[in-house]
Structure formats: structure tokens, C-alpha cells
Design a protein around this ligand. Sequence first.
Ligand code: HEC
Length: 104
Amino acid sequence: MRIPLLIAGLLSAGLASAQGSAEALNLRATAATCANCHGTDGQSVAADAGMQRLAGLDKAYLVEQLTAFREGKRQATVMHQLVKGYTPAQLEAIAGYFAAQPTK
Ligand code: HEC
């Protein structure tokens, strides 16, 4: 009687952590759509050439910039178009992802 319960418990714990890592993977994949221009994990290699590094920037600052692009309040060449492909919740999650990256 106890063993099936234990197995059920272990299984649901396993599922819960698999779900957690699926979310982390999804966030990483979403943030990777920014890598072409801003570098892997936001570690821009061309920061001196004017390509903004996103890694380690303040989350609130990032959300503010992305929202400004989205609402057309900040002039841009490409970002105002790009951000329209993401929901505000996705942009907030992406901002959190880059804010959490170490500055190398
Ligand atoms: C096609 C290249 C390209 C891609 C892809 C791209 N960006 Fe940008 N990003 C730029 C350019 C260029 C700027 C400067 C503003 C402009 O002219 O659009 C910029 C500026 C920014 C800024 C302002 C930085 C600052 O310090 O003021 C943020 C934040 C940003 N991008 C976030 C992102 C995020 C998040 C993604 C992915 C969802 C992304 N970018 C994808 C090219 C890109």
C-alpha cells in the first residue's frame, strides 16, 4: 500500500521538475532570438561598435526600453518592429533572463 504511494509521489516530483526545466528551456530559447544581434546570452561581442550588451542590465531598465520600443516612444531602426512579436509578459521574462546573466 505504501510503495505505490511512494512511487506516485516520486513520479509527480519528477514531473514537477521536468516542467520547471521545460519552462527554463523555453525562456532560454525565446531569449536566444535576440542573440543574432545582441550576442549569446546578451554578451554582445560588438559593444564597441554600438551593439548593446543586454547581459547584467537592470531588469526594470530593460522592461522600460522594450515597452518604449513597443509603444513607439523610443526611436529605433529595428527594435520597434521586433518587440511587436512578443507579449508584454514574454518581454518581462526575457528582461529577467538577461538581467540575471553575469557580465563577462
Ligand atoms: C536584428 C538585430 C536585433 C535583434 C534580433 C534584437 N535587437 Fe535589440 N537592438 C538592436 C538595435 C539595432 C538596437 C538599437 C536600437 C534600434 O536602432 O533599433 C537594439 C537595442 C536594444 C535595447 C536597448 C538597449 C539599451 O541599453 O538602450 C534592448 C533592451 C534590446 N535591444 C533588447 C532586445 C531583445 C530583448 C531582443 C530579443 C527579443 C532583441 N533586442 C533583438 C538590434 C537587434
